[in-house]
Design a protein around this ligand. Sequence first.
Ligand code: SAM
Ligand code: CA
Length: 227
Amino acid sequence: MEKGNLSQVKNIRQYVLDNSLRESDILNRLRLETAKDSLSIMQIPPEQGQLMALLVKLIGAKRTIEIGVYTGYSTLCVSQAMPDDSYTVACDVSEQWTKIAKKYWKEAGVDKKIDLRIAPASETLQSLIDAGQNESYDFVFIDADKEKYDEYYELSLKLLRKGGLIAIDNVLLFGSVIDSSLLDGAFPESSIQAMRTLNVKIRDDDRVDISMLQIADGITLVRKKEA
Ligand code: SAM
Ligand code: CA
């Protein structure tokens, strides 16, 4: 095993789950319902949801944006971690998947804190900018169509306050970023190329502080610098 690469230790993820996961009953039920869907791999894993909940608490987030809702698991993790007067703009194009999300948000009592916008996320983000909401959000989670990530990143940077945080999901594309053939073409070459280009761009981006985490499918944390 390569020094420092714990991800290759068998069962290490199970150890992490057994010794740290505190998934609530409602999150657990949403995850089990989502697991019946053939595309449930799209949902973030529960330990990532717990990390995101911790991050929004750490930065005292009250205004967040979710780009890619699916059945609402990550939105619920974040929303539950914020106070009653928090606000989340949740972006997706699917009525069908977000119907499940809405059911669980209501049951969890967070539905009034979540403003679901069914439209291409770029349009929703641009409408927030046009409404004068630049530099007014604390946290953004980017987890939708990979080809558009760079656009979401730039729009998010405008909407984010200084010191705010963006979490970018799937930055490793299950290894495809280093070997396109790994998943038998599960990701189109355009997605892989877009992710590689964005990863390099963010590495060299002086506007932000960053850390690329090798958990789940890779998450890059991006903090907008103060100056
Ligand atoms: N964050 C979710 C979770 O943890 O359960 C998973 C999101 S899933 C990977 C990606 C979502 O992005 C899908 O629900 C899809 O409908 C949505 N999506 C795809 N293209 C989009 C677009 N142009 N604008 C907004 N949402 C889009
Ligand atoms: Ca994802």
